[in-house]
Design a protein around this ligand. Structure first.
Ligand code: DC
Length: 245
């Protein structure tokens, strides 16, 4: 590993993506959203009308997905299926609901773990997911495990969905969050768990900026990394580009 790799793992809704993005910008690293890779493969399977209950069928269409990711230092991460940019198309409720079928398939995990390790070969990465510190980058320079109560995560997610005009109740979102926790934690390979050497951060009552600041401080103290000032609008521009706006 040539440069620093910082891993951020945790359940959905803990604030990982905003925080990982902020850390990457402050530390001058690229940002890898591994959930987006699972999402893109799920979209591919849905488009191919694959029987999602059949792991062999899912594994069978892996290679022709032609999945690619493009990382830039200050820009958004982009995800491609062949030459099609699907970055803005992978965040639908339908994709989210179907991911677990795809993420449970051993061949899918091995394929994506290999791809993620290749991306990490040059280092200089903040990578976010469920298994980054435990399985994909066990020798990462700094590992963070972040969490928040299911109620806080559901409240955040509910507000996000409402802002996007999605009509859904808080109770439904809470049920969804609990179900995803159950599926993510129970996954045999790459299941969500804290690496023994990860720093634990409870984000329940902290803003993303506060959490990012504590990770940046750790990176400066432990890894002697330099920080840079960022234009605040950069984060919003990145986020919007990744939502396909
Ligand atoms: O981070 P996200 O919500 O976009 O991730 C979507 C799903 O992808 C998540 O519920 C589980 C799966 N995932 C995974 O299994 N391993 C990862 N490293 C990242 C995501």
């Amino acid at each position: 590993m040539a440069g620093n790799i910082i891993t951020i793992d945790g359940p959905s809704g803990a604030g990982k993506s905003t925080i990982a993005r902020l850390c990457a910008l402050r530390l001058g690293l690229s940002y890898l959203d591994t959930g987006a890779m699972y999402r893109a493969l799920t979209l591919h399977c849905m488009r191919k009308a694959v029987n999602l209950e059949n792991p062999k069928a899912i594994a069978g269409v892996l290679a022709d997905a032609n999945l690619k990711v493009e990382l830039t230092l200050d820009g958004p991460m982009r995800v491609f299926l062949g030459s099609e940019d699907v970055t803005g198309k992978i965040r639908t409720q339908e994709v989210t609901r179907n991911i677990h079928y795809v993420a449970d398939v051993m061949q899918v995990r091995n394929y994506l773990v290999d791809m993620q390790r290749k991306i990490g070969e040059t280092g200089n990465l903040v990578t976010e997911g469920r298994d980054q510190g435990t399985l994909v980058f066990p020798n990462a320079s700094l590992k963070v495990y972040m969490f928040a109560t299911p109620e806080v995560r559901a409240r955040r997610r509910h507000a996000e969905l409402k802002a996007r005009g999605v009509d859904v109740s808080y109770e439904e979102v809470l049920e969804d969050v609990s179900k995803r926790d159950y599926l993510d934690m129970g996954r045999e390979l790459g299941g969500l768990k804290k690496a023994l050497d990860a720093v634990e951060l409870d984000t329940s009552s902290l803003s993303p900026e506060q959490v990012a600041e504590s990770i940046v401080k750790l990176a400066k103290a432990r890894l002697k990394m330099q920080t840079r000032k960022i234009d605040k609008s950069l984060l919003e521009r990145q986020r919007q580009a990744e939502q396909g706006k």
